[in-house]
Design a protein around this ligand. Structure first.
Ligand SMILES: [Zn+2]
Length: 225
């Protein structure tokens, strides 16, 4: 079983750096159709708690960009495919303040109305902290606030329980991991590469990042591997 990581779904602006983190909508569609043809099941996060089957994937989308709403959500609905979106809760309705200067592109993040509609449509929401910092590199108190307050803010605004966390930049250490567990999350996702079954525990879940230049066969091999 694999947890797949996507970031932007769309065509990268010509000025953007890290273009490989943009997967074109057409490619996302081909990938999902191919997984269906191969008999894959699409899971929700809670399915990870009961040793999931091999031919299964959980789709995760980091950073909650508006292009998820525009380019992925309608297709996922059409196909009846669930997904988990990780939201930097302090930046809802704003943009990628944490890396826009480095990447030379401002990317809009969905607002509360978008997120509410995703929730009603059955898309899962997880926390991606408040402001997307390197959690192991900031004072412990700030890290605690990022982890706890993002959960509370999302829960208050969306009226659902937030059970999943995703480490910004995949950055964590044992202290950060324990804080996430203590805050009441049931699981947390890293950027470490690998299948779910190779994850050391539910707070260090491994994923497979899908890149914009993964051609279809390469994508399939990554999922099958
Ligand atoms: Zn992120």
């Amino acid at each position: 079983m694999k947890v797949l990581t996507y970031h932007n779904i769309g065509k990268p602006p010509s000025s953007a750096k890290l273009k490989t983190l943009y997967v074109k909508p057409w490619n996302l569609k081909k990938q999902i159709k191919a997984l269906k043809l191969l008999g894959y099941k699409f899971l929700r996060s809670q399915d990870l708690l009961k040793s999931p089957k091999d031919r299964a994937v959980l789709l995760t989308f980091d950073d909650a960009y508006l292009d998820f709403w525009e380019n992925a959500f309608p297709f996922l609905m059409e196909e009846g495919v669930p997904a988990l979106v990780f939201v930097p809760a302090g930046l809802v309705g704003k943009f990628n303040k944490w890396d826009y200067e480095r990447l030379k592109v401002k990317k809009t993040i969905m607002d509360w109305q978008h997120l509410k509609e995703l929730v009603s449509a059955g898309i899962e929401i997880g926390s991606h902290s408040l402001t997307h910092p390197y959690l192991s590199k900031i004072p412990e108190e700030s890290a605690k606030r990022e982890i706890e307050d993002s959960k509370k803010l999302l829960e208050d605004k969306l009226g659902i329980e937030i059970k999943t966390f995703c480490y910004p930049y995949g950055d964590y250490n044992q202290k950060v991991r324990d804080m996430v567990a203590k805050a009441g999350y049931l699981m947390a996702f890293t950027t470490k590469h690998g299948s779910f079954s190779k994850s050391p525990n539910l707070f260090e879940i491994r994923r497979i990042t899908v890149f914009g230049n993964d051609f279809l066969l390469k994508f399939i091999f990554k999922v099958l591997a």
